[in-house]
Design a protein around this ligand. Structure first.
Ligand SMILES: [Zn+2]
Length: 275
């Protein structure tokens, strides 16, 4: 299977497999990035007992990208809207994964070189940001709860305030996630979104009643995020979407909806290159 399309290239090596955004590859002298694929890397194990296995998986991915996995910084991701700036590594000889200062955090921003910002997901949207002018990078986890809290918008605002980013230059890449075809909600969640995003929802078909099923709706969280980002000043051509649904492609991608309790996680990483 090859998931390459106009937005992404599917890379396979002997050890690992990942997607890279064509748009970000235009800046490969400045940044390195990837979204893991293939399920041979089960990042869920970071959270559970098998930390070592997850570290081996990160090692393979990082090695293939010529990155040092000890430079990984990864927050614990609580489906909230807290975003933090990363100034430096805390641990010297191991990744900063789930360390206290990044608790309750769902997004990271930095201008520092060599730090690898990492997030994980199984259906949620991971958004990788890059500003080619100020060379600011960000990695944001936005599931439906994060989307509802507009974490993507808050990330853009934080990049503007803290790092002087002009949103007109900012690139946002949305990784594979659950899509409208499979993101089904009941009345409570539908009502929440309808109320919060009235104006947007009305003008863009973001919520649709599921055909032939009473009391179920499909929400297009990708489109909602895109519209929200455009309203922050991002250019349409700078908002890149893989158009890949994790549920539709659950043979190659982890999906919480498909795998249920035993679900695994894919990872998105981005790093600024050193001199
Ligand atoms: Zn789908």
């Amino acid at each position: 299977m090859d998931l390459s399309n106009e937005a992404v290239i599917h890379i396979k090596t002997a050890d690992t497999e990942y997607l890279q955004f064509r748009k970000l590859l235009e800046y490969k002298d400045a940044i390195t990035h990837a979204f893991s694929l293939g399920k041979q890397v089960d990042f869920r194990t970071i959270k559970k007992s098998n930390y070592e296995k997850a570290m081996e998986d990160y090692e393979k991915l990082c090695k293939s990208l010529k990155l040092n996995k000890n430079n990984i910084v990864k927050p614990n991701q609580m489906h909230k809207d807290k975003i933090q700036n990363v100034e430096r590594k805390i641990n010297k000889e191991k990744p900063d994964i789930y360390i206290d200062i990044y608790s309750n955090t769902d997004g990271l921003i930095t201008q520092e070189k060599d730090l690898i910002l990492a997030t994980t997901s199984a259906d949620c949207i991971l958004m990788i940001f890059f500003d080619p002018i100020t060379k600011t990078i960000a990695n944001i986890h936005s599931g439906w709860k994060g989307t509802y809290q507009q974490i993507g918008v808050k990330a853009v605002q934080k990049m503007i305030e803290d790092y002087g980013v002009n949103p007109q230059n900012l690139i946002c890449c949305m990784c594979p996630s659950i899509r409208k075809c499979h993101f089904e909600v009941q009345k409570d969640v539908k009502d929440m979104f309808e109320e919060e995003f009235k104006e947007i929802v009305d003008s863009y078909a973001i919520i649709e009643e599921k055909q032939g099923v009473q009391g179920k709706w499909n929400i297009d969280t990708i489109l909602l995020n895109r519209v929200l980002l455009q309203r922050q000043g991002l250019k349409l051509e700078n908002i890149i979407d893989t158009k890949i649904c994790t549920v539709c492609n659950s043979d190659i991608l982890h999906s919480y909806r498909v795998e249920k309790e035993g679900f695994g996680l894919e990872t998105a990483i981005i790093a600024k290159k050193g001199d």
